[in-house]
Design a protein around this ligand. Structure first.
Ligand code: 5GP
Ligand code: MN
Ligand code: MN
Length: 324
């Protein structure tokens, strides 16, 4: 069935032109890499396209940029509409944010994704739940389209694999991931340079934010549940941007004995983004989904329209039910 999906997606791309390529709000490494990789595929095929996202691509991914930068919808709003859309790494329609206001009423939408909670919102689907990252699917698609891999494209694919597998460590680090990674390295991709840039380096504000966040570390349920909170004030005082929160949730999750780690980020008064990470058998995707979010079994998220304190209470209650 995957092969048939690849063929249908290739046909979708070959048949149409003038694409809008969109990923999810608050783009992560896979979102950024997938968007640029899709741009490279379309460029190779001589198609015209616009790359767009709601929210800035974190600066540490700037090395992926090519001559077609990703437009940040919050600063620059195209005045036209698009008939042909390709969404990458978006589990549901709402993950594209305000970008969907640019879609034509008759929009043809190719939905390329790897989230188990993907609700098949497009008109054509290329969805592989056991792909480690959306870029893994794009690599397969480039093979289907008979595109000879080249350095810039290979760098995008490698970066998305690296970030969504947590540096080739998470359980999604499959033989396929390593095989593709090996091919990309053989092409000359600078694996260690990318890893240093994307995974190791921290900004000054990021470390100050970590200092503040760790002072909020708390536990419940015999230390099976742990969390940290980041208030608006913490963000302002540290000068941290939203992508400086990357990886913070791993601190509570990684504590010995902890089954679920949580990060609460106050986006604005009354709006809290919750990140959930499972270290055991708890399926955090279904917990997040029940609260209007989604994600993967071991990494998921949702947004609660509550105060920071109230959001913490709700999540202790909801996750607590799943802890034995
Ligand atoms: P994070 O906690 O890093 O923001 O997200 C972890 C995972 O959960 C990611 O795979 C992301 O796609 C998914 N996720 C996070 N927040 C949401 C949300 O509000 N809705 C959906 N559908 N998925 C989310
Ligand atoms: Mn993503
Ligand atoms: Mn992804």
């Amino acid at each position: 069935a995957y092969k048939l999906q690849l063929q249908a997606a290739a046909e979708f791309i070959n048949r149409q032109d003038d694409f809008l390529v969109v990923s999810h709000i608050q783009p992560d490494g896979d979102a950024a890499s997938s968007t640029f990789a899709m741009g490279w595929i379309l460029k190779q095929l001589g198609k015209s396209f616009t790359l767009i996202n709601e929210g800035l691509i974190p600066a540490k991914f700037d090395f992926l940029r090519n001559t077609d930068p990703i437009i940040d919808f919050s600063s620059e709003r195209p005045s036209r509409r698009f008939q042909n859309v390709i969404s990458v790494d978006c589990a549901d329609f709402s993950r594209m944010g305000q970008i969907s206001t640019l879609f034509d009423d008759q929009v043809q939408l190719l939905n390329i994704d790897h989230h188990p909670t993907n609700d098949r919102f497009g008109t054509c689907h290329l969805i592989k739940h056991d792909a480690a990252a959306t870029v893994q699917i794009l690599y397969d698609l480039s093979v289907e389209l008979q595109i000879t891999p080249f350095m810039e494209f290979a760098t995008c694919i490698y970066t998305g694999l690296l970030t969504d597998t947590g540096g080739f460590r998470y359980s999604n680090t499959s033989p396929e991931v390593m095989l593709i990674g090996a091919r990309l390295l053989a092409l000359g991709v600078q694996g260690s340079v990318i890893a240093e840039q994307v995974l190791e380096r921290v900004t000054f504000s990021q470390l100050i934010l970590l200092q503040k966040a760790l002072s909020t570390l708390a536990f419940s349920h015999d230390r099976k549940l742990s969390w940290i909170t980041v208030s608006q004030q913490d963000l302002i005082q540290s000068g941290a941007s939203s992508d400086d929160l990357d990886g913070l949730v791993n601190y509570p999750r990684n504590v010995e004995g902890v089954e679920v780690g949580m990060l609460f980020k106050e986006k604005e008064p009354g709006v809290v983004k919750v990140s959930l990470r499972s270290a055991g058998n708890v399926d955090v995707a279904s917990i997040a989904q029940a609260l209007g979010g989604g994600g993967h079994v071991r990494a998921a998220g949702c947004t609660l329209f509550e105060t920071l304190e109230q959001a913490v209470k709700i999540m202790i209650q909801e996750v607590g039910k799943e802890l034995t």
